[in-house]
Design a binder for this molecule. Structure first.
Ligand code: SAM
Length: 86
């Protein structure tokens, strides 16, 4: 994997997925998750900050792209429930 794929592309996708009213939609939808959560295609973990730690007991994030997972791992350090990346 080249430098572009490893470092630039994940941040471009992260920026694109944060544009417009997407974050406002995340803020409305994601806090409704309850219990043990499976997020398929967690990407860079942009949803993580919106899960309600009083409702989520554990989150499993699945993503085949290891370079995306690296950013999600970093964001998972800021939440108050266990996060496992697969
Ligand atoms: C556009 S990103 C969205 C990421 C995140 N859900 C968000 O809302 O910001 C789509 C993600 O789905 C992942 N993906 C693609 N195919 C997948 C599959 N078969 N199973 C799980 N994740 C997959 C990609 O690697 C990418 O990280």
């Amino acid at each position: 994997m080249g430098l572009y794929d490893r470092y630039v592309l994940p941040r471009l996708i992260d920026t694109a997925c944060s544009m417009g009213d997407v974050m406002a939609r995340r803020a409305r939808l994601v806090p409704q998750a309850l219990g043990e959560v499976l997020e398929i295609g967690i990407g860079t973990g942009l949803n993580l900050r919106y899960y309600d730690p009083s409702r989520v007991t554990r989150l499993v994030g699945v993503d085949p792209a290891a370079q995306m997972q690296a950013l999600a791992q970093r964001r998972s350090a800021d939440v108050d429930f266990p996060v496992d990346m697969v």
